[in-house]
Design a protein around this ligand. Structure first.
Ligand SMILES: Cc1cc2nc3c(=O)[nH]c(=O)nc-3n(C[C@H](O)[C@H](O)[C@H](O)COP(=O)(O)O)c2cc1C
Length: 356
């Protein structure tokens, strides 16, 4: 069907995606002491490419051996054995005609000091989330305010991880600026109380993201992709709007549009939800403020929702449906009746049970 937008190609920089559907980044907490995910977790990504996804994200990789890690069993891309393990996965994904994208993050105040080699929790300001850590059922520790040294050290972690991704052959990298992790903590006045050049106005709070993007861009060749993920919600204190209002959100998007980025990925609970009391969706508000290609994610689970999501975005990402339904792309193509999966159902991602 010539008018089947979902299954039509999309030109993203120098790449042609074979359709508009991708696998969202999903943490699996399966890595051992070597910070390499379990083999079945790596195989899962390749299988999703075989099943037709145009692009496949890795789980969020942590950017250092100091303070970045928020969950046990997280992966890294900083050593030669890690590069070797990922390079096999990347080759297998690309052999299916799909793109392999590495996502990386630093958890900031969402870090779990016990699983971090340096046992540190650092953040823009010494403010912890109000909600307890769901994994420990205990309050998150009060983070240390990041010094200039910390800021530079953390930026270097993003750069080194991006270099690892390039060495492993990834088609692109995504800087995770969403979900209340470190970059998002800087962006939001909810967690950023700094009075130096990294805080205050929206442009001050944006400075850290800018420095990360600029430093990472230097190590990404022109023929690979650099993507940034953003959200207005966080894993902890979920109900809080991280941006004060639509003007602040669009100001930040306008700043991102000036960066050497190839796309923006917008993460929502539900792509249809109106945002900031405007009656418009996050995707529509983002599109108003920038010309970058957009990826959209959040409760997209069948053909109708995927088609609706493409009205204000270019590529649709699915988390839970691609996690739990190996035939998701075929089911969407056929227009089969499908239901959204729950977060409880998705918790199997964190167990040793291999997924189909
Ligand atoms: C098991 C699991 C792990 C996730 N891990 C990440 C992650 O590492 N990075 C990220 O940006 N989002 C992560 N997410 C969020 C998803 O990328 C996605 O935004 C979310 O599941 C909403 O999409 P859905 O309604 O299609 O599931 C995770 C979601 C699930 C279910």
């Amino acid at each position: 069907m010539a008018d089947d937008l979902l299954f039509s190609p999309f030109r993203l920089k120098n790449f042609t995606l074979k359709n508009r559907l991708g696998v969202a980044p999903m943490t699996r907490m399966s890595a051992g002491a070597n910070s390499i995910p379990r083999q079945d977790v790596l195989d899962f990504l390749v299988r999703r490419a075989k099943n037709g996804a145009a692009l496949v994200y890795t789980e969020a990789l942590v950017t250092d051996y100091e303070s970045a890690q928020g969950y046990p069993g997280q992966a890294r891309l900083l050593t030669q054995p890690q590069i070797k393990a990922w390079s096999a996965v990347v080759k297998a994904i690309q052999a299916e005609g799909s793109l392999a994208i590495m996502q990386m993050f630093h958890c900031g105040r969402m870090a779990w000091p016990e699983v971090n080699p340096a046992h540190r929790s650092i953040a823009p300001s010494p403010v912890s989330p109000k909600q307890d850590n769901p994994l420990t059922q205990a309050p998150y520790p009060l983070p240390e305010e990041m010094s200039q040294f910390d800021i530079e050290h953390v930026i270097n972690g993003f750069v080194e991880t991006a270099k690892g991704a390039m060495a492993a052959g990834f088609d692109g990298v995504e800087i995770h600026g969403a979900h209340g992790y470190l970059i998002n903590q800087f962006l939001s006045a909810y967690s950023n109380k700094r009075t130096d050049g990294y805080g205050g106005s929206a442009s001050g709070r944006y400075r850290f993201a800018h420095e990360v993007i600029q430093a990472v861009a230097k190590v990404i060749p022109k023929d690979r992709l650099l993507i940034f993920r953003i959200s207005n919600w966080a894993i902890a204190d979920m109900e809080v709007s991280l941006f004060a209002d639509v003007a602040e959100y669009q100001e930040i998007i306008g700043l991102l549009a000036k960066e050497p980025l190839d796309a923006l990925s917008i993460s929502t609970y539900d792509f249809k939800d109106p945002a900031f009391g405007t009656g418009k969706t996050m995707a529509a508000l983002t599109r108003e403020a920038c010309d970058l290609p957009l990826l959209i994610c959040g409760k997209i689970y069948d053909r109708a929702s995927a088609e609706a999501a493409l009205q204000d975005a270019d590529i649709v990402l699915s988390g839970k449906s691609t996690l739990l339904n190996p035939n998701w792309l075929d089911d969407v193509r056929a227009g089969h009746p499908l239901k959204p999966y729950t977060s409880d159902q998705a918790n199997v991602a964190y167990t040793a049970e291999p997924l189909l």
